[in-house]
Design a protein around this ligand. Sequence first.
Ligand code: UGA
Length: 437
Amino acid sequence: MRISVIGCGYLGAVHAACMAKLGHQVVGIDVDENKIAALSSAKAPFYEPGLDTLLQSVQETGRLAFTTDMAAAAGSDVHFICVGTPQKKGENGADMTYVNAALIDLLPFLAPGNVVVGKSTVPVGTAARLAELVTDHQPDAHLVWNPEFLREGHAVSDTLQPDRFVYGVNDGSEEHPAVQVLDEVYASPLGAGAPRLVMDLPTAELVKTAANSFLATKISFINAMAELCDAAGADVTHLAEAIGMDDRIGRKFLQAGIGFGGGCLPKDIRAFMARAGELGADQALTFLREVDAINMRRRTRVVELTRELCGNSLLGKRLTVLGAAFKPESDDVRDSPALSIAAQLQLQGAVVTVTDPKALENAALRFPELQYVQDPERAVRNAEAILLLTEWQEYRDLDPHLLKESMATPRILDGRNVLDPAKWRAAGWHYRGLGRP
Ligand code: UGA
């Protein structure tokens, strides 16, 4: 099929490459010239495992092109809207500028029978509004809401082998003509057994925000338990392991630590609360305020623990933060808890050096006041304490004996609870985890 993908960020660039991989003829469109230049030479404009290789292999087939010109959408059968919906400045709600602009710019190029597919995470009610714009302009075109559930760091496999497809159509019916078109787009993963659910537009939009809210709630739940474990002298890692064995609960997303960040969970729960307020249903989501508060409290807790670890003063202390990205296998620093903690420590008088395998360039743009050192060995040299804040595999694998030799004082705060305390203590370290004695 001929496909256009509008918006080539984390979502769109991966989606465009994956659609070409599935055999479609794809054009990716974005207003950012630098992004388009990188993608056109088969380079991902951000770090995502497997994406560079995928871009190279599909571009060799001639099935994938990138441009800044929306007119290139003309002639496509299916148009995916993949632009961002960031948090509005100073408000909880989502900024819909990019989604609205993408659709308005696309309208002149729609032909009868075309299907516009919304993938961006939007406030419920958006799809119905956009569907009307589409049919006002081109009565024989359709709009489907097809939320995306990919995780950064696993974006390619999540797109090619998703847990499920959700199609929202205005009548909620399997017979809707757009259903067949999307089935053709996703023929290969559907054939491999991926489940597919058809529902009405608002339900499809809500599936996405509900899923992210549930994940955020699960993380804040275990972090609340970590607070309690700290107070009671218990160990949250054992607690998580034990409750996670009940398959009604499940072990995933019960990793207590410095909390969630990134470009999705934090802004999605806030936008969800804002939208619930507009719909007069704010009470239903007041618990998300607590989820957010527990999450933000993790960051101040780590600053306090670091102060304790450093003999009750941060002034002039040389600290090294391992990890700047909001999670491993990503160079994304949007709302990164690691960086926010590093900046708070610096504000309180510590001298902070940050290292990360992939995210330093992005980190330096956001927090130019911090010191960045790419080489981890050099970054930890002569430090008075280390904070492991993003659990890259290379940090999990650190050898406490070797590392100790570089340190002024062997103190470590394990902000992700991924190290073995017994091993580090046996090597002579003062080890501190979160919610562990
Ligand atoms: C999240 C969702 O997991 C995806 O399904 C969704 O498609 C995506 O948002 C989106 O809306 O686009 P992502 O932001 O890539 O994906 O990251 P997650 O893997 O969900 O992790 C989010 C944060 O939670 C990270 O900072 C991570 O370190 C933290 N986390 C995760 C924990 O603190 N504990 C855990 O147990 C799990």
